[in-house]
Design a protein around this ligand. Structure first.
Ligand code: COA
Length: 219
């Protein structure tokens, strides 16, 4: 897919970009669970993705100003789980306190806990699927996971997200993945349109979201 003339370049993220990355996330996802946990948590999250060898983390950097206009993070599906297991205990007092004073955090915390219990029970075979996620075939290890994509409000509609997705695809291919997957909230019209435009296909829809997949070898 061709993208319009760019005033930004797509490069791998590193720790020097963290301040801009956190700002980009905060402006793109106001009120979202990770945003509500605060900039320190976000910084830890993205720092982990900067340094993990199995993570794919790319940014759109403005050629003139050096500002970070967008980001895409993902890679091996297990990276997020490893981060959560390592950092959630460290941040637990903060998360519990915030969940007491903020109902949105409380609700998401309950959802996350239910998902964790569900996947644990599936792993040890004591329960059927409790949530609405797709079956194991979807979670193929040869499929890279696109966890997060966003562009700063000042950079919207300039092809930055399309370019980030294309770069994510190329990096996934370089690392030997055969396909990519992601999920999105049902009401995120802009993102759903972006994924369809980039050739991703819906594999499942559920009350929790829409699950997309794209084969890499087809390109
Ligand atoms: C979704 C998002 C990443 C799109 O970023 P963007 O840089 O503006 O997207 P692009 O300019 O590359 O647009 C590519 C295509 O996406 C679709 N698209 C992007 N923004 C859209 C909007 N507001 N409404 C409808 N379609 C949209 C269009 O198909 C567009 O192609 P077109 O311009 O030829 O029609 C951006 O709006 C965003 O950061 N949203 C908040 C974070 C988010 O929801 N991320 C996804 C969930 S993880």
């Amino acid at each position: 897919m061709s993208v319009p003339d760019r005033k930004f370049k797509i490069i791998p993220a590193n720790e020097n970009h963290l301040t801009g990355i956190v700002t980009c996330h905060e402006t793109a996802f106001p009120g979202e669970f990770l945003t509500l946990l605060g900039p320190r948590f976000l910084r830890s999250f993205y720092k982990y993705y900067c340094n993990h060898p199995d993570a794919i983390f790319l940014i759109a950097k403005d050629n003139e100003t050096g500002l970070i206009g967008g980001l895409v993070a993902g890679g091996a599906p297990y990276v997020r789980g490893h981060f959560m297991r390592k950092y959630i205990p460290l941040y637990l007092p903060v998360i519990l306190y915030k969940s007491l004073v903020n109902s949105k955090i409380r609700k998401r915390l309950i959802e996350h806990t239910a998902n964790a219990v569900s996947s644990l029970s599936k792993k040890i075979g004591i329960a059927k699927t409790l949530n609405h996620a797709p079956d194991n075939e979807y979670y193929d290890v040869l499929s890279s996971s696109l966890l997060s994509i966003c562009t700063h409000s000042g950079y919207r509609g300039k092809g930055a997200a399309a370019a980030l997705m294309e770069a994510f695809r190329n990096e996934s291919e370089k690392r030997g993945y055969r396909s990519m997957r992601l999920s999105v909230h049902n009401d995120n019209t802009a993102a759903i349109k972006l994924y369809k435009k980039m050739g991703w296909e819906i594999v499942m829809e559920s009350p929790k979201g829409i699950y997309f997949k794209k084969e890499i070898r087809e390109n």
